[in-house]
Design a protein around this ligand. Sequence first.
Ligand SMILES: Nc1ncnc2c1ncn2[C@@H]1O[C@H](COP(=O)(O)OP(=O)(O)OP(=O)(O)O)[C@@H](O)[C@H]1O
Ligand SMILES: [Mg+2]
Length: 275
Amino acid sequence: MEAAESALIEAVEVSAGYDNRRERTRLIALRDISLTVRRGEFLAIVGPSGCGKTTLINMIAGFVQPLSGTIKVRGMGVDGPGSDRAMVFQDYALLPWRTVERNVEFAVENRRGRVPKQDRERRIAEALALVGLAGFERSFPHELSGGMRQRVGIARALVGEPEILLMDEPFGAVDAMTREAMQAELEKIIAKTGQTVLFITHSIDEAITLGDRIVVISNRPGTIQEIIEVNLPRPRFDERNDVRRSARFGEIRAHLWGLLSGEALGAKSISGGPA
Ligand SMILES: Nc1ncnc2c1ncn2[C@@H]1O[C@H](COP(=O)(O)OP(=O)(O)OP(=O)(O)O)[C@@H](O)[C@H]1O
Ligand SMILES: [Mg+2]
């Protein structure tokens, strides 16, 4: 079956939640999520704050177990983290006492099938060059700007050459200009590596600019409200052909805005309203 062959990640009727032992209550974060992600696909994920986006990628990363349903990667059930999947956290999660290069090394130093030291140094240098941080190897996180710290987080995810990149609002904390530059850079990187990306964002424009498809999750308990095929040509960052001025872009934007500003959802956390 063709569809099954190209499915890299498959979630079937997944529900997730958190138990509060003290109060003996259970909060259901996600309900009946079924989703197939193709190899090499860029999947953007949007939805109101608290709808379960982070929970979803934490389950794919193997940090959180579903309450019911199954998540498979390459046909195998996920039962914990693995070097085939790397996460870029919204809050950087850098080790303040380590330099930039030692923060990046963190991702490859304790792996099974250890990467030899020499190979490791080369890969760290390559990953830092890729995110534009060559020359900052010996700096400490507190000496960097927010955008630079986030790039360290991205280099750390890239250094292990994972097949799947899980990115949780990775550009949420950087200024608009830097954000655009980083989006363009990310598009270039994955065009080279062919990685599969799950990318959470609160920006409608960012989701359309980067995504092959956009998954819209409803208010908690999160369910998949809609999956939108973006169908815009790549590269999306092309001075001669700015996709953001295209009719298709405007159409998706208006549609998403309608979905996310619906009363049932509450649009407080959504940026990029209608122009
Ligand atoms: N470790 C946890 N323990 C208990 N409840 C949690 C935990 N993590 C998340 N939750 C709850 O699960 C729900 C979904 O949270 P999640 O972080 O997945 O949302 P989100 O869509 O990523 O939100 P945001 O856009 O604000 O980051 C929320 O109600 C949250 O309070
Ligand atoms: Mg989140």
